[in-house]
Design a protein around this ligand. Sequence first.
Ligand SMILES: Nc1nc2c(ncn2[C@@H]2O[C@H](COP(=O)(O)OP(=O)(O)OP(=O)(O)O)[C@@H](O)[C@H]2O)c(=O)[nH]1
Ligand SMILES: [Mg+2]
Length: 394
Amino acid sequence: MITLALAGKPNCGKSTFFKAATLADAEIANYPFTTIDANHGVAYLRAPCPCTGLDLPGGAATCGHCTDGVRFIPINLIDVAGLVPDAHLGRGLGNQFLDHLRQADAIIHVVDGSGATDAEGNPVGPGEHDPQEDIAFLPYEMTMWVYGILDKHWAKLMRQSVQRGFSLHAAIAEVLAGLSITSEDVAAAVRETGVDLGHADEAALVSFCGALLARAKPMLAVANKADLAPDALLARLAEHGVPPATAAGELALRNAARADLITYLPGDESFAVVDPAALSKAQAAGLEALRGAMTRLGGTGVQAALNRAVFELLTRIVVYPVEDETHFMDGRGRVLPDAFLMPTGATARELAFAVHTDIGKGFLYAVDARTRMRIRDTQPLKNGDIIRIVSAAK
Ligand SMILES: Nc1nc2c(ncn2[C@@H]2O[C@H](COP(=O)(O)OP(=O)(O)OP(=O)(O)O)[C@@H](O)[C@H]2O)c(=O)[nH]1
Ligand SMILES: [Mg+2]
C-alpha cells in the first residue's frame, strides 16, 4: 500500500490533519512536540467509482464499495514528530524522526499558513511569522540528512569503487537503499545536477542529494490553518504551488458527519446540515464559520492534498481487477471489490503481479471489462480501467 508521511515544524497541525484523515486517535495541542512517537493510520483517496453507469448484476444501483459513486481507496498515513531548523545536526528532538520518513513514498509538508507560530512552533501573534520561510526548510533538512549519511560512508565508497572497480552509482544506491533510492535515481540525479562524483566538493554533493531526494521522496507543501490566514497571504502561497487547507475544519466536519449532524463526504466543497433544530447554538455558529472558510478555500483542502500527493506527485492511476468481466466481479461474487494504485504506464501484466506473484507468473492475457476486448501485454493501463486478468495460476 502507498504510504504518505505528514512532516513539518512543530505545532503546524500535522496530528490534526492525521486525525481528520484517519479518524484515529492522536494527541493535539497548541505547543511544540505534542507528538513524539509517530502515529500510523489509514487514510483514503477519493476517486469516482467505476460502477457509475455500468450495467451491474441484478440491476444494482452501485457496487456496494462506494458511497453514491464516490470511491475511497486506502493508503497508509504517518504523522511524524515535528522537525526544527538544524534537526539534521540533532537540534530539537534530533534527526531520529527523519528516519520515519524513510517509509514514505511521498511527503505532505504541513506548513502553518496562518503565520501564528515561529520556526520552532512556539505561538506568536497572528501573521508575525512568514509561512513562506518555512517552505524551504523541510527539503533542506532532509537534503542535509541524506548528505550526512553519504558523507559518513564517502571514504569507503570511493575506496571500494577505485580498488574493486565497484560502480559508484550502485554503491551510493546501496547506502541509500533504505530511502528506496536506486542506481537509476543516482544516475538521473547525476545527469540533472551535472555533478562529477569523483571530484565533487560539499556544495556539489549537497545539490546532488537534493536532486536524489526530490526523486525518491516527492513533497507537497500545504498551507494549513488557512481558516486563520488572510487572502493575500494565501494567494502568495498559492503562487508558489502551496494550496490552502484547514485540518481543524476537516476534523470538525468528519466528527459532525459521524454524529449524523451533517452530510459530508471528505473532499466535498460544502456540507448540508441534517436538522438545524438538532444543533446547539455553538455548533450552528461553528459550522456556519466553517462554511464561510470552505467557500473561500474551495473545501477544506485535506482530501485534495492526499489526492494530489498520490495522483500528481506519485502519478498513480486507479485500476480495478476483476475475475468475471461480464459482471465485474471477483471469484467470490463481489462487484469491483479492489482498487489498485498502479504507476502511470503500468501494464496488465504488472497489474497481475500486483494482485499476486503467482497470478503474475501465470499471466496469459487481459481483457478490458468495459469493451470486452483483449488488451495487449505492453499496452499501458488507463485511470479507472476495469481489467480481467486471465492467468494459468488460480
Ligand atoms: N485554526 C486552526 N487551528 C488548527 C488547524 N490545524 C491545527 N490547528 C491547531 O494547531 C495546534 C497544533 O495542532 P497539532 O495537530 O497538535 O500540531 P502538530 O503539528 O501535530 O504539533 P506537534 O506534534 O507538536 O509537532 C492545535 O491547537 C490545533 O487545534 C487548522 O486548520 N486551523
Ligand atoms: Mg503532533
